[in-house]
Design a protein around this ligand. Structure first.
Ligand code: SF4
Length: 372
């Protein structure tokens, strides 16, 4: 059995109708509940729940402090390669886009890693496009070995692998897998992925659990908000996270809420997702899943990120660059995956976190724990 068996039990249009048919009275009862059903979760994602965001914020804050304390873990992305064979219509790395294609060489990875480590960051997230013949498994293992010198935790956001592939990466030092489904709507998924391996919805849908089976310490999932109706997509993200948390209880599951951003060469129309929509999704997720990690990246503007700190966030990226070589080599903005909104330095973000009475966590893991 995989998550697909649960996924296929739910019809997108029926979930949508349910969410949009909820009324204020349906929401009020749920605010007093400790444990929510999936129907309750769907109700908190409804337009009717928008009126209760303040109550939801208080509840989400309380749950988060109880489960995680007042801590925010910091990480930074490091783009290894922007070469990609896929044609996702919403992405700046799309194979058809005429952008400078860069794959970092060993010495460049070292320089980039050192530049990030010099900011104090200890958690790195390595990213590539989907070109397994360019960013091969051997190349990734070398990159991880270099990063081991500078970071205590190494995550990957790369093309989906099989279980053995993930095991090989875990053996050299990877402990965190991030993989977004983009959208759980079958028709839209098919339309926005016109070619390449990513067209295979099932292969992607089962990737988080292949990572968990391989032994990843943390697995992060999410939908790209703006590709479809965010309320329905977030319902499926919650369902997926709940399934993974129960079945792979040794793995910490995190959820991200990335919103569509402009990127060079991308003119795909997308559904506007407001700050309020993002906040509601995050609060509903926290009230539904008390132990899920919640990640907010530098895609979001500084002001919003600061205000989200007490509402359920447990991880934030800081000082990010979204193009290969962005930290230490010559920057070329045309080679970035998307424009980031929060351009503050790691030190500035640390100061903001402290000013809100929270502890910035730079290190919460060491590879020595598993080697011993
Ligand atoms: S989203 Fe990923 S797979 Fe799709 S074009 Fe961008 S980098 Fe390639």
């Amino acid at each position: 059995m995989s998550f697909y068996d649960i996924y296929k039990e739910y019809n997108w249009e029926e979930i949508k109708d349910f969410i949009y048919s909820r009324r204020e009275n349906d929401v009020i009862d749920i605010l007093f509940k400790e444990n929510l059903s999936v129907e309750d979760f769907a109700t908190l994602l409804s337009p009717a729940a928008e009126k209760f965001l303040e109550d939801m914020a208080q509840k989400a804050h309380k749950i988060t402090v109880m489960r995680f304390g007042k801590t925010i873990k910091l990480y930074a992305p490091l783009y290894l390669s922007n070469v990609c064979q896929n044609a996702c219509t919403y992405c700046g790395f799309n194979v058809f886009h005429k952008i400078p294609r860069i794959t970092l060489k060993k010495d460049e990875i070292e320089r980039e890693a050192k530049a990030v480590a010099d900011t104090g960051i200890k958690h790195i997230l390595l990213l590539t496009g989907e070109a397994p013949n360019v960013a091969t498994l051997e190349y990734l293992k070398e990159a991880v070995s270099i990063c081991n010198k500078y970071f205590s935790s190494i995550g990957i956001e790369i093309y989906p692998l099989d279980i053995n592939g993930y095991k090989e990466l875990i053996d050299v030092g990877v402990d965190y897998l991030t993989i977004y489904q983009e959208t759980y709507n079958r028709e839209t998924y098919d339309k926005i992925h016109p070619k390449g391996k990513k067209k295979d919805l099932l292969w992607r849908l089962e990737t988080p659990e292949r990572g968990a089976i391989a032994g990843m310490r943390t697995v992060g999932i999410g939908a790209l908000m703006g590709l479809e109706d965010f309320r329905v997509d977030e319902f499926f993200v919650g369902l997926h996270a709940k399934y993974l948390m129960k079945k792979y209880w040794k793995t910490h599951i995190t959820v991200s809420f990335p919103r569509m951003r402009k990127a060079p060469g991308v003119d795909t129309p997308f559904v506007e997702v407001s700050d309020k929509n993002l906040v509601q999704s995050m609060l509903a997720m926290r009230i539904f899943l008390h132990d899920v990690g919640i990640v907010i990246s530098t895609r979001e503007p500084a002001n919003l990120r600061d205000n989200l700190i007490p509402l359920g966030v447990t991880q934030m990226s800081a000082g990010s660059k979204t193009e290969p070589g962005g930290y230490s080599l010559k920057e070329d903005e045309n080679a970035e995956q998307f424009h980031i909104e929060d351009n503050r330095s790691v030190d500035e973000i640390i100061n903001v976190i402290r000013s809100k009475g929270y502890d910035p966590v730079l290190k919460d893991w060491d590879r020595a724990f598993v080697i011993a």
